[in-house]
Ligand binder design. Structure first.
Ligand code: P6P
Length: 337
């Protein structure tokens, strides 16, 4: 769909997209604008973290057994608040919360969508000023409209997502989201307080220089992964140079860089943690949806991530995502006995 290339705000862009689909009700556009509002509010606190008492630990651990940071809670409450008070979301699931929250009011029960999110991914990096992010997934409900959403609405395979996106709170703040028509990025313009279209129609380069993996676990990875990593350190795909290892330890930052410049991100399973660390619903499915809409590939090492049928809200999966040719190269290694 042709994009009117005036500098568009996120709101103008989502409305333009809505106008392009006469059968659309505008609920998805409204939901995306709600998420943009939450992101702006989270951005304000992230940007002044360190100046106010919002750094540090909240003093509890989350369902993942991870230290909850005060900003985690703030971000979670911002996302839940805008979605609960909007007109497009029947309920939410959060990486920070044990169970889903069904909004169960008249307007929400009539809403077509549910949203799953990681409100502040990489929060262990907050205290040391490393980029962090918000990740979200939007699904059309399978439960009956007019009644409260049900758990089944949240346990759909990733190929049922209608939209997914992320926000990187970094050197600038960028919101990237994908729908069936493509992937677009919006950079927050502080002069007007709006996300403005900065990366129209994002396509992931078919190859790149960057490979991203935590080398600290190298000897715990399957041998096929070790062999691929060694290949990344040599000449691969007949490139004139070897790859460069870049690993920030904040998924939104690592995957965003590789999406834009080309590269591969890997979080393999190990003998001790065969399903790895990353959460299927809150991290892997949204990034897999975005990657595929940008022409990249995302697998769990055996199958397309988006085809995995979730069985629980917080299940984890090994995760490999990146440029098409690099992922195809990886797959030749993973297939070796
Ligand atoms: P490790 C952050 O905690 C996170 O979930 C992702 O953002 C990041 O990619 C990963 O964990 C880093 O994990 O084990 O390499 O520190």
């Amino acid at each position: 769909m042709a994009i009117d290339r005036r500098i568009l705000t996120l709101d103008e862009f989502t409305i333009q997209q809505f106008r392009g689909f006469p059968q659309a009700t505008g609920e998805l556009s409204s939901l995306l604008r709600d998420i943009g509002l939450a992101a702006k509010r989270i951005n304000v606190e992230v940007n002044k973290a360190g100046l106010v008492d919002i750094l540090g630990d909240y003093g509890t651990t989350n369902v993942q057994g991870e230290e909850v940071k005060k900003l985690d809670i703030f971000a979670n409450n911002q996302m839940m608040g805008v979605l609960r008070h909007g007109i497009s979301c029947a309920g939410i699931g959060s990486e920070e919360m044990e169970d889903v929250v069904i909004f169960d009011d008249e307007t929400s029960n009539k809403s077509k969508y549910v949203c799953l999110f990681d409100p502040l991914d990489g929060s262990a990096n907050i205290d040391v000023n490393v980029s962090i992010g918000t990740i979200f997934s939007i699904y059309k409900r399978v439960s009956e409209l007019g009644k409260p959403a049900t758990k089944e609405d949240f346990l759909q395979p990733g190929n049922k997502q209608v939209a997914a996106g992320y926000v990187v709170y970094g050197s600038s703040t960028i919101l990237v989201y994908a729908t069936k028509v493509g992937v677009n990025g919006f950079t927050l313009d502080p002069s007007i307080g709006e996300f403005s279209l900065s990366h129209p129609d994002i396509k992931c380069p078919p190859t790149g220089k960057f490979y991203s993996v935590n080398h600290g676990f190298f000897f715990q990875y399957p041998k096929q992964v070790q062999d691929y990593i060694h290949a990344c350190q040599g000449k691969v795909l007949d490139t004139p140079e070897s790859y460069t290892q870049r690993y920030i330890g904040s998924m939104v930052a690592d995957v965003h860089r590789n999406l834009i410049k080309g590269g591969i991100f890997m979080y393999p399973g190990t003998a001790k943690k065969p399903n790895g660390k990353l959460r299927l619903l809150y991290e892997c499915n949204p990034f897999a949806f975005i990657a595929e809409k940008a022409g990249a590939i995302a697998t769990n090492g055996k199958q397309r991530v988006l085809d995995i049928q979730p069985t629980s809200l917080h299940e984890r999966t090994p995760f490999y995502v990146g440029s098409k040719l690099m992922m195809e190269e990886l797959e030749t290694y993973l297939k070796q006995a």
